[in-house]
Ligand binder design. Structure first.
Ligand SMILES: C/C=C/C(=O)SCCNC(=O)CCNC(=O)[C@H](O)C(C)(C)COP(=O)(O)OP(=O)(O)OC[C@H]1O[C@@H](n2cnc3c(N)ncnc32)[C@H](O)[C@@H]1OP(=O)(O)O
Length: 714
C-alpha cells in the first residue's frame, strides 16, 4: 500500500470536512524539553464533531512523520494528541466510508488508518493521548495506539461501537484493548456495550477499567495532562496498568478463550447472529492472542474491507446516522419552531395507566405542573399514587436524584373537576378508545380552557379529523400517539388533521423535543404508521396459520426480519381482544388487506389470552384445549412462503402509505419502525430490507430508496 494509493483514496472525497492537525510546541516545566501537542480540530462549532476521513488521515500521517523526524533529531521529547472542546474524535467518517464502492478502497481506508497509527505508536519518543471529550471508534483507537493516555472526568462518551455499526475496531483496538484491560473487559467494551443500545463509557469509567492512565478535571485538563506527561518523560511517574495482561500466559490464554466464548453467547442471544460484525470482532480477538500486532493488523484490514461492503454496515449507517441522529432532529414537515407557544401547565384527561404514564413523562421531562382528572376520586387517587410509586422506583434505581423526585411528585396533582384545566396550555386525553367518549371529553374541556389551549388526543386508531369536527376551534387539535411503555419507547407519532394549524403543530414538535421523544409527522390515516405496518404483518402470519400452517412455522417465519418478538408473542402482549379490535377497525377502513381471523375471535370468545402456554419443559406449546377451539384450512405454507407473502404485503402497504402521503417519505417509515417497534438498525428499518429482498420491485415495480442510501451505491 503506497502513499499514492492513499492520495488516490483521499482524492475520492473532495468535499470531506477535514479535521486538521494543528501542532504547538510546548516547553515542559523544569527544562525537560519541547513537547509537540497536536490538536485535532475541524474548525466548526460544537454541533459538528471531528471525524477521520481519508484527507484527515493523510494530513495527520504527514504531521506525525514530520514529528518523527524531529524526534530523531532530538528536537522534541514527546508528542501529545488532543481535540477541540469536547471531542477527541467521533471515529471514522462514516458518511464517506458508506460510499466506498470497491472493496480495494475499503482496504486502502483500513490500511491508511493503520499506517498513520503505526507512525504514532513508533515516533521514537513517547506519545500521549489527552482524551478531553468524546472518543469513539477510530478516535479511541488513536488513544489506544498512543503510549499513554489521560482522560477528563468530564469526557462523556468513550467507546468502540464498531460491532453495533457493522464494522470491527480494526485500527488496532481489537489487538490492544484485551492486552490493556484484560480479555473480559475488552469483550464488555467491544461487544456487550455496543450491542446494549450502543452504551458508552464516561471518563471516570474508562479510567476505572484501565483504558486511561490518569484522570483529571476538565477545567485545567490539558495543563494537568502536560504536567503529568512531563513527569512520565522524566521518569518520575510510571503508570501502573492495573488490568493489563500478558496473552502468552497460560492462565490468560484460558481467560481469553472463556471471554471470547462468553462474547459469542452474548452475540447469539442479542442478535441471533443476524449481523456479521460482532462475530468477526470475536474471531479476530480469538485469533490475535498469538499474533504479532502486524499480523493482527493484516487480518483487521481484510475484515474491515469486507464488512464495509455489506448491507448490514450501510443499513446501520443509514438507520443510525442518517435517521436516528440526523432526520429525527429535523423532522420532515415540522413548521418553523418560532411559531411554537410556551407550555407552562399540562392537563391530562383520565387517570388510568396510559394517562398516569403521560402525567409522569410530562412532569419529569417538562418540569411543569401536570393535573390529571377522572370521573371519581378513587380513580384520581390511583393515578397520582401510580406516578408517586414510579418516581420512587426511579429513585431506588438511582435514575433520578432525590430533589428531582420530590419536585416531580409535587408537580403531579389530580382532580375530579375539569375546572383545573382553566389555566393549562396543553390538555391531552387518554380516556377509553371510543370516538363519542373522546368527543364528549373535548366538548367539556373546550368549555373551560382558553382559546389558545392546545388539545391533544392519544388515540391509536380513531380519526383525529372526526374528533375535531364539533370543536369550536378545530385547528387546536393534534394527535399524540405514544408507544408503550411511554417512558421507554422513543417514538411519538404527531398526527396532523386537515385543520390543525401551524402554531399548534410547531408547539407539538417542541413539546416532543422537551419530552425527549423523536417525533414523526403523520397524516390522519387509520392506525397511522407503526400499528398499520405491524397489523398488516400480523394479519399475514395469522392468515397463514388459519389456512393450516403449523403455528410454530408461521410464528418463526419472520426471523430474518430480526423483530424483537414473534407475531403471536406480540399479539399476546398487546392482548388478543385489543389486537383483534384494532384489526377489525383496519379491516373496516381498508378491507381484505387486513383479514379478521375467525380463530382469534374464537380464542377471545373462550377467554384465551395467548396462543402459547409453557409446555412440560417450559417450552411454548399450544394446549390441546386451545387447538380444539379453532378450525384450520387445508393449505399449509412453508416458512419461506410465509416470509415472502409477508414481505410482499408490507411492500404493498408501505407503497400505499407513501402514495396516500401518510408520511413525507420512506425514511420516516423506517424511523417509525425502528423507534416504535424495535426494528433492528442493521436492517436499516423496513424499506431497505424490502428493497434488498426484492419485495419492493416485485410488488411496486420500484425500490423505496435509491441505491447508495442504505445499500451499495449504483
Ligand atoms: C475502523 C474505524 C471505525 C470507526 O471509527 S466506526 C465510527 C465510530 N463512530 C461513531 O459511531 C459515531 C457516530 N456518531 C454519533 O454517535 C453521534 O453523531 C455523536 C455522539 C458523535 C454526536 O451526537 P450529537 O451531538 O447528537 O450530534 P449529531 O447530530 O448526531 O451529529 C452532528 C453531525 O455530525 C455527523 N457525524 C457524527 N459522527 C459522524 C461520523 N462518525 N461520521 C460522519 N458524520 C458524523 C452527524 O451525521 C451530524 O451531521 P449533520 O450536521 O449533517 O446532521
Amino acid at each position: 500500500m503506497s502513499a499514492t494509493e492513499f492520495q488516490k483514496l483521499a482524492s475520492l472525497f473532495p468535499d470531506e470536512i477535514v479535521t486538521h492537525s494543528y501542532v504547538q510546541d510546548i516547553q515542559l516545566p523544569g527544562g525537560a524539553g519541547t513537547f509537540a501537542l497536536i490538536t485535532l480540530d475541524n474548525g466548526l462549532d460544537h454541533s459538528k464533531p471531528t471525524t477521520l476521513g481519508p484527507n484527515t488521515l493523510v494530513e495527520l500521517g504527514e504531521v506525525l512523520e514530520g514529528l518523527k523526524d524531529r524526534a530523531a533529531k532530538r528536537e522534541i521529547v514527546g508528542v501529545g494528541v488532543t481535540g477541540k472542546p469536547y471531542f477527541l474524535v467521533a471515529g471514522a467518517d462514516l458518511s464517506a466510508v458508506k460510499t466506498l464502492k470497491e472493496r480495494d478502497h475499503g482496504l486502502w481506508m483500513a490500511q491508511l488508518g493503520h499506517s498513520v497509527y503505526s507512525t504514532l505508536a513508533n515516533l521514537g519518543v513517547p506519545s500521549f493521548a489527552f482524551i478531553n471529550g468524546l472518543a469513539l471508534g477510530g478516535g479511541l483507537e488513536i488513544a489506544l495506539q498512543s503510549t499513554y493516555r489521560t482522560v477528563s472526568t468530564g469526557a462523556g462518551a468513550l467507546a468502540l461501537p464498531e460491532a453495533f455499526i457493522g464494522l470491527v475496531p480494526g485500527w488496532g483496538g481489537v489487538y490492544i484493548l484485551p492486552r490493556l484491560i484484560g480479555p473480559e473487559n475488552a469483550v464488555k467494551v467491544m461487544i456487550e456495550n455496543p450491542l446494549s443500545n450502543n452504551r458508552t463509557l464516561t471518563g471516570p469509567q474508562a479510567f476505572e477499567l484501565g483504558i486511561a492512565d490518569a484522570l483529571f478535571e476538565p477545567a485545567d485538563f490539558v495543563e494537568q495532562s502536560l504536567a503529568w506527561a512531563a513527569r512520565v518523560i522524566a521518569g518520575e511517574e510510571t503508570p501502573a496498568r492495573k488490568n493489563a495482561v500478558d496473552p502468552s500466559d497460560e492462565d490468560v490464554a484460558r481467560r481469553w478463550a472463556a471471554a471470547v466464548s462468553a462474547g459469542r453467547a452474548f452475540v447469539e442471544a442479542k442478535t441471533s447472529n443476524a449481523s456479521p460484525a460482532p462475530a468477526k470482532v470475536l474471531d479476530i480477538m480469538e485469533a490475535n492472542r498469538t499474533m504479532s500486532q502486524g499480523e493482527s493488523a493484516g487480518l483487521e484490514c481484510e475484515t474491515l474491507a469486507g464488512l464495509m461492503q455489506t448491507d448490514e454496515f450501510r443499513s446501520t449507517v443509514y438507520a443510525f446516522l442518517d435517521l436516528v441522529q440526523k432526520r429525527s432532529k429535523r423532522p420532515a414537515g415540522a413548521p418553523d419552531r418560532k411559531l411554537a407557544r410556551p407550555v407552562t401547565k399540562v392537563g391530562v384527561v383520565g387517570a388510568g395507566l396510559m394517562a398516569s404514564q403521560l402525567a409522569l413523562l410530562f412532569a419529569r421531562q417538562l418540569k411543569v405542573p401536570v393535573v390529571m382528572t377522572d370521573i371519581d376520586q378513587a380513580r384520581v387517587d390511583k393515578g397520582v399514587a401510580y406516578v408517586h410509586a414510579e418516581v420512587d422506583k426511579l429513585l431506588a434505581k438511582k435514575r433520578i436524584k432525590a430533589d428531582a423526585a420530590n419536585r416531580t411528585k409535587a408537580l403531579v396533582t389530580g382532580s375530579v373537576s375539569k375546572e383545573v384545566f382553566a389555566d393549562a396550555d396543553f390538555v391531552i386525553e387518554a380516556v377509553f378508545e371510543e370516538l363519542n367518549i373522546k368527543k364528549q371529553v373535548f366538548a367539556e374541556v373546550e368549555e373551560i380552557v382558553s382559546p389558545e389551549c392546545i388539545l391533544a388526543t392519544n388515540t391509536s386508531s380513531l380519526s383525529v379529523t372526526v374528533m375535531a369536527e364539533d370543536l369550536r376551534y378545530p385547528e387546536r387539535l393534534v394527535g399524540f400517539h405514544f408507544f408503550n411503555p411511554v417512558a421507554v419507547m422513543p417514538l411519538l407519532e404527531i398526527v396532523r388533521a386537515p385543520k390543525t394549524d401551524d402554531a399548534v403543530l410547531a408547539t407539538a414538535f417542541e413539546l416532543a423535543k422537551g419530552l425527549k421523544k423523536t417525533a414523526v409527522l403523520v397524516k390522519d390515516a387509520p392506525a397511522f404508521v407503526v400499528n398499520r405496518i405491524l397489523l398488516r404483518l400480523m394479519g399475514e402470519v395469522i392468515a397463514a396459520f388459519d389456512e393450516g400452517t403449523p403455528a410454530e412455522v408461521a410464528d418463526t417465519a419472520l426471523r430474518p426480519m430480526g423483530l424483537p418478538m414473534t407475531p403471536f408473542t406480540l399479539s399476546a402482549m398487546v392482548g388478543l381482544p385489543v389486537a383483534q379490535h384494532v384489526q377489525e377497525s383496519l379491516h373496516n377502513a381498508f378491507g381484505d388487506r387486513f383479514p379478521v381471523s375467525q380463530n382469534l375471535q374464537k380464542l377471545i370468545d373462550n377467554g384465551v389470552t395467548s396462543l402459547w402456554a409453557p409446555g412440560p419443559d417450559g417450552e411454548p406449546v399450544i394446549p390441546a384445549e386451545t387447538l380444539a377451539i379453532m378450525s384450520f384450512g387445508n393449505n399449509p405454507s412453508t416458512r419461506e412462503e410465509v416470509l415472502r407473502r409477508t414481505q410482499d404485503a408490507l411492500a404493498e402497504e408501505i407503497g400505499l402509505m407513501l402514495e396516500e402521503g401518510v408520511v413525507a417519505g420512506p425514511e420516516d417509515i423506517d424511523l417509525c419502525v425502528i423507534l416504535g417497534a424495535g426494528w433492528p438498525m442493521f436492517l436499516g428499518g423496513i424499506t431497505p430490507y424490502l428493497d434488498r429482498v426484492g419485495a419492493s420491485e416485485r410488488v411496486n415495480g420500484k425500490r423505496f430508496l435509491e441505491p447508495g442510501v442504505a445499500s451499495a451505491p449504483a
